[in-house]
Design a protein around this ligand. Sequence first.
Ligand code: NAP
Length: 291
Amino acid sequence: MTSSYGLRGQHPLQGLQGLQGLQGRAAIVTGGTRGIGRAVAGQLAEAGALVCVTARDADAVRRTAEELGGVGLAGSVADPAHPRAVTELVLREFGRLDVLVNNAATNRPYGPLMAADPDEWREAFALNVEAPLRLVQCAWRTWMAEHGGAVVNVCTEGAAHVGPNVGAYGTTKAALLHLTRQLAGELAPGVRVNSVSPGLVRTEMARFVWEPGEREVAAGLPLGRIGEPEDVARAVVWLASDAAQWVTGADLLVDGGTRVRAAYASTPYAVHDRLRSGAPTDTGPGSPSGR
Ligand SMILES: NC(=O)c1ccc[n+]([C@@H]2O[C@H](COP(=O)([O-])OP(=O)(O)OC[C@H]3O[C@@H](n4cnc5c(N)ncnc54)[C@H](OP(=O)(O)O)[C@@H]3O)[C@@H](O)[C@H]2O)c1
């Protein structure tokens, strides 16, 4: 079940439009109502793009679409009907579809793989891997094959290695990383496909890691702090823009130096300590800890 929201009007940051060739281009950002996706949607709008956000929480979608002067579609992107619905909405409202940011994801099922529930495992792949492919297929068939475009998938720094309790999440993100490179080859030269891999970022999804241990994690990072959603958004927007016109199949690490920390500090990896001792809170609609 999905519902759409639209609001036409002048964008409040209109003075900053025209940056990076994004002026007047149309973009979809999945999971665009909070965290990294919201920051990406905001920066794209700031650069003059026409933005469509998706998420399950219908109020948040409506509010965000209004704030951005764009449109939105409420529903789960893992719903097989959702990718086509959002693509049709964008083409109807904006008449084009130039940028796709596959950002929505789940970090469930959390825990050792021997305890992983098969239904939750399938849901994770449906959301983190299948939905991005379905969206690219819809965008390709309806606009990008003929007119070109840019796709940015949000992966994770953790996809390159293993960690406690995040085996399902890491496996889906490793698959998304491979999908990124495969699509980059298949869709060139018209469509560029890249990914951004964030380290620990101050969002709801990762609250269980950073809230109890931010100082400790930051102290072990070469750049001395955890990430903010805007740090990641700048990389996503750059890859979506013409500034990255000769970049495809790339994975841009935005991790404060997480992957090179062994040459910086000899302390144990604080993020893994937190993954061992904490668990994500459910932030979905209707959950006790949700909005
Ligand atoms: N935060 C980190 O430290 C970190 C690190 C590495 C990678 N990442 C990646 O960054 C991306 C964004 O994560 P975040 O940390 O910004 O998370 P977040 O703050 O929890 O935001 C997630 C967004 O996705 C939406 N969403 C969740 N499930 C959805 C579904 N089934 N269909 C449509 N929308 C859905 C949420 O809205 P609703 O709940 O209303 O649906 C929300 O807008 C994810 O791909 C994540 O794996 C995050």
